[in-house]
Design a protein around this ligand. Structure first.
Ligand code: HEM
Length: 115
């Protein structure tokens, strides 16, 4: 399940970058479609995350890790929404990078299920 989880968020990250690239090159239709597929991967990421949670003895750090994971997804959406509307996204980007660093640290380094 950990592998499915990693695959889901990694693909979400790639689709997020692809979506930004499509928007930048003016391909609005592609941007919309990739955003829809991206949302499916959010669900898969959340689903596999919850699956892991239900299969282990959870303590507080797993809950915090999961909440930060949801925060990352929220920031993906904030950056995309801001970009689509042509607004400034510097703060969203900053929060995205902070949340991503925290979640990767907690997932790979701090919590014990890592490789
Ligand atoms: C884009 C969002 C997310 C990223 C980048 C992410 C990243 C990671 C990483 C790097 C790991 C460690 C994998 C390993 O141990 O080899 C992990 C594990 C885990 N994730 Fe996520 N995750 C995200 C979203 C979520 C969500 C939404 C949930 C819960 C609903 C969740 C729950 C978990 C749990 C319970 C683990 C096992 C903890 C452990 O490593 O020991 N994650 N995640």
């Amino acid at each position: 399940m950990i592998h499915a989880h990693i695959t889901s968020w990694l693909l979400a990250l790639i689709l997020f970058i692809v979506a930004l690239g499509l928007h930048k090159s003016g391909k609005e239709k592609g941007f919309k479609i990739v955003k829809m597929i991206l949302r499916l991967f959010y669900l898969l990421t959340i689903g596999t995350g919850i699956w892991i949670l239900t299969s282990i003895n959870i303590d507080m750090m797993y809950v915090i890790k999961s909440l930060v994971g949801i925060w990352v997804i929220g920031m993906f959406e904030m950056v995309l929404a801001g970009t689509a509307k042509g607004k400034k996204t510097a703060i969203s980007w900053l929060l995205l990078i902070i949340s991503l660093v925290i979640v990767l640290y907690l997932g790979f380094v701090y919590l014990p299920l890592s490789f």
